[in-house]
Ligand binder design. Sequence first.
Ligand code: ZN
Ligand code: ZN
Length: 108
Amino acid sequence: MHWLEKGVLGIDWSDGHRGVYPVRYLRLHCPCAACTDEWTGELRLKADDVPMFVAVNDIEPVGRYALKFTFSDGHDTGLFSYTFLRRYCQCDTCVPVKPQEPKSRRLL
Ligand SMILES: [Zn+2]
Ligand SMILES: [Zn+2]
């Protein structure tokens, strides 16, 4: 695990894949109960709720399955399992070129 650049975390997976994780992206997709609805898996967090420049103050391994991030906005309840991280990898290979998220999210 290392910093690719400021605010972008890199994780080298055992299969040789190089994962790319912008910190703000991780913060926005935090899997904890406060940020993500446990039942629907829907994000409760809005992009506006997270500061533009959020950093990671601390990363702690939890057992063999997850990493615990302490973000600079004080949020520290997010456990990012390796499965989760792998699925949410933001490298060019895992995120095929696609249009940006539509600006107006449909309101449910
Ligand atoms: Zn959270
Ligand atoms: Zn990837």
